[in-house]
Write a new protein. Structure first.
Length: 136
């Protein structure tokens, strides 16, 4: 009787192992499908980020360069981290020049406000009215 019980227990263990292997394979297949679906969306997001950084860079340059035209040759927004760069240097690299850091901060904040204003103007056409005719 002991041999039959141990055989039955072993058979149940093998059935559980087979079921777990099947679930693992299914999970792996779902993971592959999700990765394939994610790739185009991630590419779209990166393209959108680059485009946004390009637009913000233009606004940032228009604000920062006139503040110190003798010291600032270029002013851009880094598309990877959306942080300002002046003359190709990050804020950390500009730390020795308090004036340039101050200009970078000021221009960055003004850029954000200007970018928000432009975004609001572009999306105004798609907004719903605040109140519907005939409703109080």
């Amino acid at each position: 009787m002991g041999g039959l019980a141990s055989s039955w227990t072993r058979r149940q263990e093998l059935a559980q192992i087979t079921e777990l292997e099947r679930k693992a394979a299914s999970s792996s297949q779902q993971d592959d499908e999700a990765s394939k679906a994610w790739a185009p969306a991630e590419g779209d997001a990166q393209e959108h980020r680059k485009q946004t950084a390009k637009e913000l860079s233009q606004i940032f340059a228009d604000i920062a360069i006139p503040m110190a035209p003798d010291k600032i040759r270029s002013a851009v927004i880094d598309p990877k981290i959306l942080a300002p760069k002046i003359n190709g240097r990050t804020l950390k690299q500009l730390a020795r020049s308090a004036g340039l850091v101050s200009i970078a901060h000021t221009a960055y904040h003004l850029m954000a406000l200007e970018g928000r204003k432009e975004h609001a103007a572009r999306s105004a056409a798609t907004r719903l009215p605040n109140s519907w005719p005939g409703l109080p």
